[in-house]
Design a protein around this ligand. Structure first.
Ligand code: FES
Ligand code: FES
Length: 247
């Protein structure tokens, strides 16, 4: 990871499109140019960005092209089923990810984050530090938030996993996603999917008090290099009140 800047490409495992978007955001808007309105149809919207996470921009770009029904099909790609027997050093596992059951042969040392991103193409969950220190890889396992970069996939045989791609339902953003959008709770967006997944878990946890200090403490494992903490806190508290105190 580069020091004091965006994660380098290798660490972030970003696509060409993601790299282009990140560079654009880093270098600023540049000179004013005439824009063909038809070109805007293929740009990812801020709302679709929150459906898939920063790394899901390739998929979210489709939101300008596809109706919601087709977009839902993109979100709900076919289950992955490895038909062959596990190879040497592999184990067969069943993961229910965003409601869909996948049967996979994975190396015993495969990391959950890598299996989701590389085998299932669910790239909304981000790899930041890869050492359990930034929270970018946060997702829910059986409704509990974990750092997926620290977890072996084989430990989750039979588990139910929710990623950022699984929060929106029927084209409608989850209240926490909606609140992040309304409160401008991100800048580059790299940390955003992890922040949202942590917020969902925190708002479900009756043991975490609802005051600002407690929310800050509970979310302290999610680092935002852009310093969007004030708006993130506003978004979490707004989601809480929208959901009548619980999510
Ligand atoms: S990638 Fe930083 S905590 Fe997992
Ligand atoms: S790291 Fe950029 S929005 Fe959090």
């Amino acid at each position: 990871m580069s020091r004091g800047g965006f994660p380098d490409r290798a660490a972030a495992n970003m696509s060409d499109l993601e790299v282009t978007v990140m560079k654009d955001q880093k270098t600023g808007p540049g000179p004013v140019v005439e824009v063909d309105p038809s070109a805007l149809a293929v740009m990812p919207t801020r709302r679709s960005f929150l459906k898939f996470g920063a790394s899901g921009i390739a998929a979210s770009a489709l939101s300008g092209l596809l109706p919601d029904s087709a977009l839902a099909a993109v979100q709900q790609a076919a289950p992955v089923v490895d038909s062959s027997a596990p190879g040497v050093g592999e184990q067969r596992i069943r993961l229910t990810v965003n409601g869909q059951v996948h049967t996979l042969n994975v190396p015993a040392n495969a990391i959950l984050l890598d299996v989701l991103r590389d085998r299932l193409q669910l790239t909304g969950t981000k790899k930041g530090c890869d050492y359990g220190q930034c929270g970018a890889c946060t997702l829910l396992v059986n409704d509990v938030a974990i750092n997926s970069c620290l977890s072996l996939a084989v430990q989750h045989d039979g588990d139910s996993i929710t990623t950022i791609e699984g929060l929106a339902q029927g084209g409608t953003l989850h209240p926490v996603q909606e609140a992040f959008w309304e409160h401008d709770a991100y800048q580059c967006g790299y940390c955003t999917s992890g922040q949202i997944m942590s917020a969902v878990a925190i708002l479900k946890d009756p043991n975490i008090p609802s005051d600002d200090a407690s929310v800050r403490e509970a979310m302290s494992g999610n680092i935002c290099r852009c310093g969007a903490y004030k708006n993130i806190l506003s978004a979490v508290q707004s989601a809480r009140s929208k959901m009548g105190g619980t999510v």
